[in-house]
Design a protein around this ligand. Structure first.
Ligand SMILES: NC(=O)C1=CN([C@@H]2O[C@H](COP(=O)(O)OP(=O)(O)OC[C@H]3O[C@@H](n4cnc5c(N)ncnc54)[C@H](OP(=O)(O)O)[C@@H]3O)[C@@H](O)[C@H]2O)C=CC1
Ligand SMILES: CC(=O)[C@@H](O)[C@H](O)COP(=O)(O)O
Ligand SMILES: [Mn+2]
Length: 383
């Protein structure tokens, strides 16, 4: 039996993780749940999974949660900005699935690793902002980071039993998002068009990142840290069917790909079952329905965020944290109608231009760079 704490349990990954837990009651015990403000869904989740501890970041929401729990269901409730950390710090005997969005995931990941807990990581922003510190902490504490992001789960599975020394390159696949074919001018696309991902149903932030290809850029940095791979050896290939989730090319030219339907429950489950594989009923690929698998180079003219992410990764130090923070602010501004879709790139590029990189930054320097980037991004959006 594995004890699991799910950070972000009310979100897309969190809810799918609970579906995995629901399917394997004899293998997974949910001992902790955390989210931002969605207390009503949390009430239902507590009723079904009976965790020992829960946290909600918004104090008002935590009060509502406490008011609406039936008398027999009283997990310990943490709340406020420090609530998630307090929850993680209260755990001694479990694995943490981090399915939070954005930089909010960084400190809880570090708190879990600090305690020597394994982390199943969906929150890619953790590695983008502070990959070097996080990987070092995991090594020092003997804790594992188990990839949940579909591409990184794929690479991890392709590498099973192989030495990283024998890898020539990693090939990250990308769907191309909703604007792969058109329109040529992206400045007028609407929020609902940008949220219409062709293959995956995900939270809003990552869906917009998929549409700009920033998601793939963040994933390039995530792969750099998870698999200790130079940026020159991480290639992005557009694969519109999202059946191949990524590939590894070895020094002898052989390529191993991991395939499956676009269903996040599979990579989530693999991270939870590892090193085992649990037999199950998730839908299977029908090869005749898939028909063909196609590949294209990314169009970095229309999707310049991908190039921006490579350059932030290569610059290193605080630059990836700055890109990530500016992108979070810009995506919010696009979603609320303040800037056009193409404004996301302009804001992020503008903030990066003004940043002086600090190399080998401490956590405090990374968090300060994050705050600086958010402020400068907001100023640019106001203007
Ligand atoms: N969705 C997907 O298929 C995939 C997602 N990922 C990555 O997984 C992560 C989660 O994505 P996704 O599930 O789509 O996101 P969602 O927006 O659907 O869910 C985010 C979750 O985090 C909680 N949350 C957000 N901010 C805070 C905060 N400050 N404090 C506490 N809780 C917070 C939300 O709570 P509340 O509901 O109360 O607001 C919610 O439970 C992201 O890093 C994303 O890039 C990676 C691969 C695929
Ligand atoms: C499911 C998942 O891992 C997402 O990160 C997905 O890859 C997004 O699709 P894109 O390939 O369009 O970015
Ligand atoms: Mn992904």
């Amino acid at each position: 039996m594995k004890n699991i704490v799910i950070l972000g349990s009310t979100g897309s990954i969190g809810r799918q993780a609970l579906d995995v837990a629901r399917r394997y009651p004899d293998k997974i015990r949910v001992i902790g749940l955390a989210a931002g403000s969605n207390w009503s869904l949390m009430v239902e989740q507590i009723g079904e999974f009976k965790p020992r501890v829960v946290a909600l970041a918004r104090e008002e929401a935590a009060r509502e949660l406490a008011r609406h729990l039936p008398p027999g269901e009283r997990p310990e409730i943490f709340c406020g900005s420090g609530g998630l950390l307090a929850l993680v710090n209260s755990i001694d005997d479990g694995m943490v699935l981090n399915a939070l969005t954005g930089t909010a995931g960084l400190r809880p990941t570090m708190a879990a690793l600090e305690k020597g807990l394994d982390v199943a990581l969906a929150n890619k922003e953790t590695l983008v902002a502070a990959g070097e510190l996080v990987m070092k902490l995991a090594r020092n504490r003997g804790a594992r980071i188990l990839p949940v992001d579909s591409e990184h789960s794929a690479i991890w599975q392709c590498l099973a039993g192989q030495s990283l020394k024998k890898v020539e390159k990693i090939i990250l696949t990308a769907s191309g998002g909703p604007f792969r074919i058109g329109p040529p001018d992206l400045s007028r696309v609407t929020v609902s068009e940008a949220l219409a991902h062709p293959n995956w149903k995900m939270g809003k932030k990552i869906t917009i990142d998929s549409a700009t290809l920033m998601n793939k850029g963040l994933e390039v940095m995530e792969a750099h840290w998870l698999f200790d791979m130079d940026y020159d050896r991480i290639e992005v290939v557009i694969h519109p069917q999202s059946i191949i989730h990524s590939m590894v090319e070895f020094v002898d030219g052989s390529v191993i790909a991991q395939m499956g339907l676009p269903d996040m429950r599979l990579p989530i489950q693999y991270a939870l079952s590892y090193p085992d594989r649990w037999p199950g009923e998730l839908p299977r690929v029908n090869w005749f329905a898939v028909g063909e698998l196609t590949f294209e180079p990314p169009d970095t003219g229309r999707f310049p965020c991908l190039t921006l992410a490579y350059s932030a990764g290569r610059a290193g130090g605080t630059m990836p944290a700055v890109l990530n923070a500016a992108n979070e602010v810009a995506v919010e501004a696009f979603l609320s109608g303040e800037i056009p879709f193409t404004g996301i790139y302009r804001v992020v590029a503008g903030v990066m231009d003004e940043h002086t990189v600090i190399s080998r930054p401490t956590l405090e320097e990374i968090l300060a760079a994050d705050q600086w980037a958010r402020r400068v991004a907001r100023e640019k959006i106001r203007r």
